[in-house]
Design a protein. Sequence first.
Length: 422
Amino acid sequence: MTAALPAGSDLVIVLPHLGPGGAQKVALMAAEHFLVQGRQVTLVTLLPDKPLSHAVPEGLRWVDLGPAVAETTSNRAPIARIWRFSCTWGRRSLAWISLVIGWKVLKRLVPGQAPLFVQWLVSSASGVQATLLRDLLYAGKPARVLSLLTRTNLLCCQAMWALPGHLVVSERNDPRLQKQSFPWLRLRSWLWQRADVITANTIGVLEGLQHCHPAMADDMRLLPNPLVVDSHPGNHSDEPASGTCFLAVCRLVPQKGIDLLIQAYAQLPEPLREMWPLLIAGDGPERASLETLASSLLPRGQVRFMGFQRNPQVLYHRDAVFVLSSRFEGMPNSLLEAMGSGLAVIVSDASPGPLEVVVHGKSGWVVPTEKVTLLAEAMQAMAENPALRCRLGDAAAEFMDAYSWDTLDPIWSDILCLEKPG
């Protein structure tokens, strides 16, 4: 491995990649914030062949392990591919057997014990990125590490298993709603012993973590997403920066319930839809099926799929109504940004996270999850009542003051054990 951790880092942030995602955006906002304070921040990413979907802050030192991961599969000859397949599944099967048969013994291991075996077990289950990350952190011995997203968190726990640095892992979804497959659920309950702090970005996610892992409840803290609203975002999309619309900004995955939103939009009166197009900013594996659904229910052009938007804040400066129709959620950045920009918002009651900021009738509108007709009624009421939109948008923007860095910096600095800059 040619990558090396730069010396003198105050904070190392670990992500799977810099493709689309709310965790990536939060991590880069945090990196930029601490860089402005004069701290040395290093970013480590793990996976190859992912698009660069976010601007990297100036001064951020970036170690990308993706090329080293890709190099391990660069030989595409049939014999080499068969050999890799056999070795990968042979190790994985042995690791799974160890986790099943030897679980009573394994779960007694505590941080610092049998680090090479822990590394072998996790790398066998996940891939070579676990070994590369362990070697990188072992050589660099960082003082503080912040990891985001469940599987990346577990890779960091094994990498730091025998190291003394301060490790903070950030979970983004309620584990009661977002299930992990074997062996990740079992590994989480064990490897989390190494984390000094386990954070959640909403009270609801925190309660879910404490419910599922009560023995670790004392190590769990609330670490809210920061909000940075660009008052002059510029217009880099294909849409004008003014005009009424319904707006959704999210990954196109089943969790986000965009199919429900399209069905609700189709129930609106035709004259209203002509004045209020539905803009969907984001990309993901469900895009093709959602486009098919929209074309089967609605005239061409009323639903506009805009793809991933690096700077979606330009859309929040429209006369728009933001709609979050998710089946479950953590705390989406897009919701905070829309509210901070003064948009009226409609959210489902699927998860407690959004309900921590959206109070029905005060800072937004709440509808029961997966109730398409009720969602359509809320959308129509909002479109037909500009005074309501204005009142809810003003209240939302005021409520978002609690998510500014002025408020959140002491919380983040305390959890990360960062002393005040001199």
